[in-house]
Design a protein around this ligand. Structure first.
Ligand SMILES: [Zn+2]
Length: 236
């Protein structure tokens, strides 16, 4: 009976191995990598869009402030010539005010110029990012097709193993199967071990005592002294 369970164990582990192999295939890894890059680029793209929106809003505010300051300056200039500036005190106050307004306008223009430059950098980075994202999408689509092929190959292999398991199951005693299922996880998927004529347990690769070997050969249910797996020999 343990021989069949050992066979079942091998097939189940083969199933698991196939699944792992599929997920560790180069194509799948490349897909994961591209997806991670794509996510990061998309994130940056959103950041740039938000920065761009903020800068455009700033430029709007600078333009409004410039118009407002320009109007005030114009009023001060007009007042210089309309005869309302009669005393030296008023004149110097107006001059000081005009200087302040002029300075403010220059500062606004400088800020706007900075915003223009920053916007240009953002446009360039966005264009570059767009190109990169397009490339990533293309590569991903291509890999997806390859991966579909790989999955089909594996599906065939998996179906073969599943068929072998289906064939094997009716031959296994229900109680034995229940024991096997209950102990599977504890032994990393292999609660049954083959004991070779050299007395080696294939679960932990150690040599068992001659007494244990003899008991196993005689058909008793035995367990490896080292790893605890149920043992069987060719004699079973
Ligand atoms: Zn062992």
């Amino acid at each position: 009976m343990l021989k069949q369970l050992h066979q079942l164990q091998k097939l189940q582990n083969a199933q698991k191995h196939l699944e792992q192999e599929k997920l560790h295939s180069e194509t799948y890894c490349q897909m994961t990598q591209i997806k991670a890059e794509y996510d990061a680029d998309k994130c940056r793209w959103q950041e740039l869009a938000a920065m761009r929106g903020e800068l455009l809003q700033n430029r709007k505010e600078y333009a409004e402030a410039l118009t407002e300051t320009g109007d005030k300056l114009q009023k001060e200039q007009d007042a210089m010539y309309d005869g309302s500036t009669s005393t030296v005190k008023v004149l110097s106050a107006r001059e000081a005010q005009m200087n302040a307004l002029t300075e403010k306008m220059e500062s606004l223009k400088a800020q706007d110029e900075e915003a223009v430059q920053h916007l240009q950098q953002i446009e360039e980075e966005t264009a570059e990012l767009k190109r990169k994202i397009e490339e990533e999408c293309q590569s991903f689509e291509k890999l997806k097709v390859d991966y579909k092929g790989i999955c089909q190959e594996y599906a065939q292999k998996e179906a073969e193993v599943a068929a072998q398991i289906d064939e094997l199951l009716p031959a296994i005693d229900k109680e034995e199967l229940a024991w096997f299922e209950a102990n599977r996880q504890r032994f990393g998927g292999s609660p049954v071990a083959y004991l070779s004529p050299e007395h080696v347990c294939d679960g932990c690769h150690t040599i068992v005592t001659p007494v244990l070997y003899k008991r196993t050969v005689s058909g008793q249910r035995t367990f490896c002294e080292k790893c605890g797996r149920a043992l069987f020999t060719d004699g079973e």
